[in-house]
Design a protein around this ligand. Structure first.
Ligand code: 6PG
Length: 485
């Protein structure tokens, strides 16, 4: 008997993916650098399906049916290259190597090129949903060659999450496209979590409600248009009591958010492409600020608050109205964060020649992944109405959503500023919204300044061409460039 698919790297994600294949009736080859983990899988879950366990990579490869399909699930970085280097000499033309870790997409492009020289297919695949998703149905974002998807795709679709019977897995595009999309997914995940954290902080400090009380608010929110995995688990985390102190867990966890790098990559790439993903960027910087220990110590108790008292909720009714305002601000800011993430995918798709279908992305993010949310259906519908939609928030449905939230959003952001409560993601999303909808931006003044000190020239609203003012001379305007027809 030969295996349909193999998994090497049996830490929790790899182990659960292997079990997921086995539970779906696929024969799975398993391998780990140290056999103890392989043995543990057999001991603890060996009865869930058919596993072909090997101690050596050679035996592992030999246990696979051709074309071989090997999933590498190791910590992203040099470890992935090390496994690939060992694997390649054992494989044959037409075999498929899948990297299911959180690799950086330029690495995926490099690896795809290198493996193509050996006649091998390299599939960089995003897998989202954490341990639980890997076992019970993740969202899967495979890139690479279309040919590889023909035989690999059905297997991946089989183990992926399903929403309304539709698999949360689709072919994304060539080389780095799959890992790119997963990277942006994580960027949106950062923004979503930061927005949730700001909403919690505002309600906590604005109304004095306890974490347990706020947990109930999130549970309520999860029954409406905000319904999503992250809102659901926020309620659970806020309701958690610390066993040793009896306090809310959130009050004893150190307030320094860590990161493994995908948010940072998303922002770096957005800078390269010139796409304003302000929500994701602020979320990433907010984590960095939280971890800026010497700076925070230098500022604490030294920098004045200078707050201006605004109408704080006093009665229960006021508090309810405030909570509803925060909910609306959260919804609007969240829509902006997704819109920006989809802009980045569109820009990358053009820049790197990937031809990514954004509606399909929203569809495979409806289930399995960390950012799964009810309103992703609405994003898919928006791209079905217009697959070249230039701006998600300008789609009729989202115009309506934001319109309903806008006043509340403005009250929340201004109130937070007056009261010295930091809301970088709420505020920057609103600033983006007002910027992108503006008739006229002060960028015109920036162009004037650039022309003044560097003769960088500017274009005019009323004529084609580029122009320059003789700032150090008679300040007359000259036409300098060719025209811009
Ligand atoms: C997922 C998650 C997963 C992981 C993040 C955590 O989609 O399942 O995004 O990939 O939990 O990489 O990222 P940070 O450690 O950077 O927060």
């Amino acid at each position: 008997q030969q295996a349909e698919i193999g998994v090497t790297g049996l830490a929790v994600m790899g182990r659960n993916l292997a079990r997921n294949f086995a539970r779906h009736g696929h024969v799975v080859a398993i391998h780990n650098r140290t056999f103890a983990k392989t043995q543990a899988l057999l001991d603890e879950a060996g009865d869930e399906g058919t596993f072909l366990a090997s101690e050596s990579l050679e035996d592992f490869v030999a246990s696979l049916a051709k074309p071989r399909k090997v999933i590498i699930m190791v910590k992203a970085g040099p470890g992935t290259d090390a496994v690939i280097d060992e694997l390649v000499p054992l494989l044959e033309e037409g075999d498929i190597v899948v990297d299911a870790g959180n690799a950086h997409f330029p690495d995926t492009i490099r690896r795809e090129n290198a493996l193509a020289e050996h006649g091998l297919h390299f599939v960089g695949s995003g897998v989202s949903g954490g341990e639980e998703g890997a076992l019970n149905g993740p969202s899967i974002m495979p890139g690479g060659s279309r040919t590889s998807y023909e035989s690999l795709g059905p297997l991946l679709e089989d183990i992926s999450a399903k929403v309304d019977g539709v698999p949360c897995c689709t072919y994304i595009g060539p080389d780095g496209a799959g890992h790119f999309v997963k990277m942006v997914h994580n960027g949106i995940e950062y923004a979503d979590m930061q927005l949730i954290a700001e909403a919690y902080d505002l309600i906590h400090r604005g109304t004095g409600k306890s974490p347990a009380e706020i947990a109930e608010i999130f549970t309520e929110w999860n029954k409406g248009e905000l319904e999503s995995f992250l809102i659901e688990i926020t309620a659970t985390v806020l309701a958690q009591t610390d066993a040793t102190t009896g306090q809310a867990l959130v009050d004893v966890v150190l307030d320094q958010a860590e990161q493994k790098g995908t948010g940072r990559w998303t922002v770096q790439n957005a800078l390269d492409l010139g796409v304003p993903i302000t929500g994701i960027a602020e979320a990433t910087f907010a984590r960095a600020l939280s971890g800026s220990v010497p700076q925070r110590e230098a500022a604490r108790g030294v920098l004045p608050a200078g707050t201006v008292e605004w109408h704080r909720p006093t009665s229960a009714d006021d508090a309810d109205a405030f909570v509803e305002d925060v909910r609306r601000a959260l919804y609007a800011s969240k829509v902006v964060a997704y819109s920006q993430g989809f802009d980045q995918i569109a820009a990358a798709s053009t820049e790197y020649g990937w031809d990514i279908d954004r509606g399909a992305m929203a569809r495979i993010w409806r289930g399995g992944c960390i950012i799964r949310a009810r309103f992703l259906n609405r994003i898919t519908e928006a791209y079905e109405r217009d697959q070249h939609l230039p701006l998600l928030i300008a789609d009729d449905f989202f115009v309506g959503v934001i319109d309903e939230c806008l006043e509340a959003w403005r009250r929340v952001v201004s109130g937070a500023a007056l009261n010295g409560i930091p809301t970088p993601a709420f505020s920057s999303s609103l600033a983006y919204y007002d910027g992108v909808r503006a008739d006229h931006l002060p960028a015109a003044l920036i162009q004037g300044l650039r022309d003044f000190f560097g003769a960088h020239t500017y274009r005019r609203v009323d004529r084609e061409g580029t122009f320059h003012v003789e700032w150090s001379g008679d300040r007359s305007e000259t036409a300098v460039g060719g025209d811009f027809k």
